[in-house]
Design a protein around this ligand. Structure first.
Ligand SMILES: NC(=O)c1ccc[n+]([C@@H]2O[C@H](COP(=O)([O-])OP(=O)(O)OC[C@H]3O[C@@H](n4cnc5c(N)ncnc54)[C@H](O)[C@@H]3O)[C@@H](O)[C@H]2O)c1
Length: 366
């Protein structure tokens, strides 16, 4: 198969759909890989790295789309790419169709086969191509939180690890899922005292089993949240109710109960956030302050660490890319039920119920 890796053109996107390691595997399996010149630079992979493993470097994005049977990328196509996508071309990337009717209509018109990373789903309901980004964001939450706790950037002036003779900082984590557990691990590693809340007892038991004793689990309810916000320096929001807006677990009135300079990192901002005062920010301007509480609410946290994010993402996408290239999309989706769930739009027809529902349309086929 001919596989194309275009350079991402969405604003501030530095990840790339395939690393040289991925190209190496595909070429070894007899496929041809076209990589757009400088596509990997933002993630630290250069044209020479791709050339050495057998890729063909093309100068233009048009060339990559024109020559390829399958496009492997990171973000949803932007306007400029809509007309480059061809009938029967396979496009494997994050799409998030339900959030853009324009994109959905453009992909229907293209008659391409769109397999969305975010809906590839394992039998236990987990989303294997989303998990790595939650892992990155969960770990980054502590790194960012620790920075914004510094006084010159309006934080409380607390060092998370403390020093001999001074107690460590206190980190409150809402949600013991992927984000929450990775955040707890980083905070615990720095020596902070960690309290982690969830409504799922299985998750809390798991955290209790695997974490050191300075990570304390508690059931998530308003009483406990109101109690803990008064004594914690850094609060991480990592709750998710699948398919719904995140609940506002910390309301505006609660900010006044916190110490001035408390930092909130609301990772769940992409689902509306679990703090009432959350509004999405960017890496250029990541924080704002309300009632002396620093809010960090960047909606694409992994974008700040493109090397780690690219490698983490492509580690999990490559096995599917190989399967699609070796078997063709129809056979690959027949034999792999997880991958089949990734089928969103096929040759002009919506085949994923959630998208049709989002716009009040009929599902065309299944
Ligand atoms: N900002 C970013 O860059 C970024 C990056 C990756 C993920 N995210 C977002 O982070 C959020 C968390 O993702 P995840 O992968 O950890 O999800 P997850 O499903 O693994 O974990 C969510 C947890 O929230 C818990 N929860 C639900 N209601 C709760 C409540 N009332 N109190 C406490 N806990 C509650 C669930 O039981 C679950 O354990 C999602 O919204 C995800 O989209 C954001």
């Amino acid at each position: 198969m001919k596989i194309g890796v275009p350079k991402e053109i969405k604003n501030n996107e530095n990840r790339v759909g395939m690393t040289p390691a991925g190209v190496f595997e595909l070429v070894k399996n007899g496929h041809t890989v076209y990589v757009q010149s400088t596509a990997g630079e933002g993630s630290g992979f250069f044209d020479d790295d791709y050339l050495q493993v057998g890729a063909i470097i093309l100068d233009t994005i048009e060339g990559v789309y024109l020559k390829s049977d399958m496009i492997v990328k990171v973000k949803e196509p932007v306007d400029r790419e809509y007309n480059l996508i061809q009938e029967n071309q396979l496009v494997f990337t994050y799409f998030h169709f339900a959030s853009s009717e324009t994109l959905t209509k453009a992909m229907i018109t293209s008659k391409a086969i769109c397999i969305a990373y975010e809906t590839v789903e394992d039998a236990d309901g987990t989303l294997p191509l989303l998990t790595p980004m939650s892992e990155v964001a969960g770990r980054m939450a502590i790194q960012q939180g620790a920075k914004y706790l510094e006084k010159p950037i309006k934080g409380r002036g607390v060092l998370l690890g403390g020093v001999p003779g001074v107690p460590p900082g206190r980190v409150l984590i809402l949600g013991a899922g992927t984000v929450g557990i990775q955040a707890a691990k980083m905070a615990a590693g720095l020596g902070a005292h960690v309290t982690i809340l969830d409504i799922n007892m299985k998750r809390l038991r798991h955290v209790n089993d695997i974490m050191p004793s300075h990570v304390v689990t508690e059931f998530s309810n308003e009483y406990n949240i109101r109690k803990h916000i008064k004594t914690h320096d850094l609060i991480v929001g990592g709750v998710l109710i699948p398919g719904a807006k995140a609940p506002s677990l910390i309301t505006r009135d609660m900010l006044k109960e916190m110490h001035p300079g408390t930092v909130i990192v609301d990772v769940a901002v992409d689902q509306g956030g679990c703090i009432e005062t959350t509004k999405a920010t960017t890496h250029e301007n990541p924080t704002y302050i309300i009632d002396d509480v620093v809010h960090y609410c960047v909606a694409n946290m992994p974008g700040a660490v493109p090397y780690t994010s690219t490698v983490a993402l492509t580690n999990v996408t490559l096995p599917y890319v190989l399967k699609l290239a070796n078997m063709g999309w129809e056979k690959a989706c027949q034999t792999d039920k997880s991958l089949q769930k990734g089928l969103n739009i096929v040759k002009g027809a919506i085949v994923y119920e959630g998208i049709a529902e989002a716009f009040g349309w009929e599902v065309s086929c299944s």
